[in-house]
Design a protein around this ligand. Structure first.
Ligand SMILES: Nc1ncnc2c1ncn2[C@@H]1O[C@H](COP(=O)(O)OP(=O)(O)O)[C@@H](O)[C@H]1O
Ligand SMILES: O=C(O)C1=C[C@@H](OP(=O)(O)O)[C@@H](O)[C@H](O)C1
Ligand SMILES: [Mg+2]
Length: 188
C-alpha cells in the first residue's frame, strides 16, 4: 500500500483534505462536475452505508468505530478506483494509513483556511460536526492548530480565505490541468 503507484497522473483520484468546514465537500463536488468525474464524499458514503447521519454514527457506534470505517473505506477507494474526486472528513487524514494511501495513489489537495476566516463558518457547521460539540473556542482553535502538521503533507494546496467555492474550484481545475500537462503531456 505504501509503495509509489504506477497509476498515470491523469487517472489518479483527486483527494481533498483540510479542517472541517474548510469547504472540502462543496469544492470537491464542483471540481468533479468541471472534470466530468464521479464525486465521493466519505462522510456521505458512510451515512448512506449505515443509513444514519454522521452525528448519529458517533453517538450510537462511537468515534473509534467511525474512524475505523472511514479509514477502511478510504484505503479501499484509493487502492481500487481511479478517476474519482474524493472529499475526506477533516479527521480522516490524521490516520497514517490514510495519509500513506492517499499520497501514494492519488493527488492530495489541501483546502486551507485561516483561523480568522474559519471562525466565521462556525454557525454553518456547528450542529452537524460532533467533534465541535461541548468545546470552547480556545479548545477548537487548539484542535485547528494541532491538525495543521498533518494537512501540511500534501501535493498541492489552495488558500480559500478570500474566494468563494466556485472560484476555488475553477483555480483547482486549472492547476490540476497544468500538472497533467507537465507530467503526462498529451501527444497528438
Ligand atoms: N469558499 C467558500 N467560501 C464561503 N463559504 C464556503 C466556502 N466553501 C464552503 N463554504 C461553506 O462552508 C460550509 C462548510 O462547507 P463544507 O463543504 O461542508 O466543508 P467541509 O466538507 O470541509 O467540512 C458550507 O455551509 C459551505 O456552503
Ligand atoms: O474533523 C473531523 O474529525 C470530522 C470532520 C467531518 O467532516 P468534514 O471535514 O467534511 O466536516 C466528519 O467526518 C466528522 O464530523 C468528523
Ligand atoms: Mg465535508
Amino acid at each position: 500500500m505504501t509503495e509509489h503507484t504506477e497509476i498515470p497522473i491523469r487517472e489518479r483520484n483527486i483527494v481533498f483534505i483540510g479542517f472541517m468546514g474548510a469547504g472540502k465537500t462543496t469544492i470537491g463536488k464542483l471540481v468533479a462536475k468541471k472534470l466530468y468525474r464521479d464525486f465521493i464524499d466519505i462522510d456521505q458514503e458512510l451515512e448512506k452505508r449505515h443509513n444514519r447521519p454522521v452525528p448519529q454514527i458517533f453517538q450510537e457506534l462511537g468515534e473509534p468505530v467511525f474512524r475505523q470505517m472511514e479509514r477502511d473505506l478510504i484505503v479501499s477507494l484509493c487502492t481500487n478506483t481511479r478517476l474519482k474526486i474524493i472529499s475526506l472528513g477533516g479527521g480522516a487524514y490524521l490516520n497514517e494509513d490514510v495519509r500513506k494511501v492517499c499520497l501514494s495513489h492519488c493527488i492530495v489537495y489541501f483546502i486551507d483556511l485561516s483561523w480568522e476566516s474559519w471562525k466565521e463558518r462556525i454557525p454553518l457547521i456547528i450542529d452537524s460536526r460532533p467533534i465541535l460539540q461541548n468545546k470552547t473556542l480556545d479548545q477548537i482553535e487548539e484542535l485547528f492548530l494541532s491538525r495543521k502538521s498533518a494537512y501540511a503533507i500534501h501535493h498541492s494546496k489552495i488558500s480559500t480565505n478570500q474566494i468563494d467555492a466556485e472560484t476555488a474550484a475553477e483555480q483547482i481545475v486549472e492547476s490540476i490541468k497544468l500538472a497533467w500537462d507537465l507530467y503526462q503531456p498529451n501527444r497528438d
